[in-house]
Design a binder for this molecule. Structure first.
Ligand code: NDP
Length: 326
């Protein structure tokens, strides 16, 4: 058995649009990136059907195809994509220090720079009928899927800023939006609440929860329950949007990387720098506000540029290459 530990110049954790864009830029800058895909290769977009809002695809593209193409593009420039899960990290506090990484609880690696792009996972209610109809009318992204319900009746669950924003977004496209808030008040900011209450085709229901999503193959209706009175009511809808928050995939970085109180990684100013030298974060793992494929891709690019500059500063690459920029 060899006791030599593999040393990687640029390790990318996660394979969504942020990770692959970082990989494209890092490989073009000759950082010889190695990517570990995680448990869901391709990330959240692989669970989406049509992506209609990524620039450059006039006819739209389905999520899984887009992720395969991003992988091919990254591999064309030399990225090594490995199926595997980073299960532990020990980041150095020193500039130029080596970061220790464990993959699949067994393989040890060393990395000069690490780009964290592990994304976030949408929360669901956990009801069997909701899980069965995911992709059949149950969605966690109004901006991605709302268009398919143009002129139809839909419902949205949640009372935070996301739910409020998505409810008003849907109200522009759909005939009627029933909004279910589980308490007698919304968590959303006052301004967002005002937008909801002043939108005529949003039917706001407080103290209301989903009892069951109705339909065999696709959503046909919703049985709601008032959690104060126990009263149930059934409405006809074709789409149900769950907007009860996201969980950033940052558990393995706890106690090492500075995060906000909801677990999103904090980055320095406009950069992708974390509190550890040589460790960068891009995509939804550091962005709870925009969460779009195109914004994730943008920060992936930034993370690769930040990694390249860092490696140049510590003398690990000769200079910042121009190839990165064209
Ligand atoms: P939040 O955690 O802020 O809100 C989640 C909402 O979902 C709450 O109303 C919560 O109810 C409800 N909820 C949670 N679990 C359930 C459940 N099982 N059943 C029914 N309802 C449930 O998440 P958001 O995604 O809305 O926002 C995350 C962060 O991002 C916030 O800090 C927000 O301010 C920010 N954001 C900012 C935006 C902006 O500034 N434009 C846009 C979008 C997000 P309860 O209140 O009872 O817990």
């Amino acid at each position: 058995m060899s006791d030599t530990v593999e040393r990687i110049k640029c390790l990318i954790i996660g394979s969504g649009p942020a990770g692959y864009t970082a990989a494209i830029y890092a490989s073009r800058a000759d950082l010889k990136p190695v990517m570990y895909t995680g448990m869901e290769p391709g990330g959240q977009l692989t669970t989406t059907t049509e992506v209609d809002n990524f620039p450059g695809y006039p006819e739209g593209i389905d999520g899984p195809t887009m992720m395969v193409q991003l992988q091919q593009q990254a591999e064309r420039f030399g990225t090594e994509v490995r199926i595997g899960m980073v299960t532990a990290v020990e980041f150095s506090d020193e500039v130029g220090g080596i970061h220790k990484i464990t993959v699949d609880n067994s393989t040890q690696l060393e990395a000069e720079t690490v780009i964290i792009s592990t994304g976030a996972t949408a929360k669901y209610l956990g009801l069997p009928s909701e899980q069965r109809l995911r992709g059949g009318g149950v969605s966690a992204c109004a901006v991605c899927d709302g268009f398919f319900y143009k002129g139809q009746d839909v419902a949205i669950v949640g009372g935070g800023d996301t739910a409020a924003e998505e409810a008003t977004y849907l109200a522009n496209i759909c005939k009627k939006v029933t909004m279910l808030v589980r308490r007698d008040e919304m968590r959303a900011s006052k301004a967002m609440q005002h937008r909801v209450t002043s939108t005529k085709n949003i039917d706001l229901r407080y103290n209301t929860e989903v009892d069951e999503v109705l339909g065999d193959m696709v959503v046909e209706g919703l049985r709601m329950k008032n959690n104060q009175t126990g009263e149930k009511e059934t409405i006809d809808i074709t789409g149900l949007f769950i907007a009860i928050g996201h969980k950033p995939n940052t558990d393995i970085f706890k106690d090492q990387i500075t995060m906000d109180d909801t677990g999103y990684i904090k980055t320095e100013g406009k950069s992708t720098k974390t509190n550890k030298p040589g460790v960068f974060a891009s995509g939804d793992v550091q962005d709870k506000e925009y969460r779009q494929a195109v914004t994730a891709a943008g920060t992936g690019c930034m993370a690769a540029l930040d990694a390249e500059r860092y490696l140049a500063e510590i003398g690990s690459v000769e200079e910042v290459t121009t190839s990165t920029y064209n």
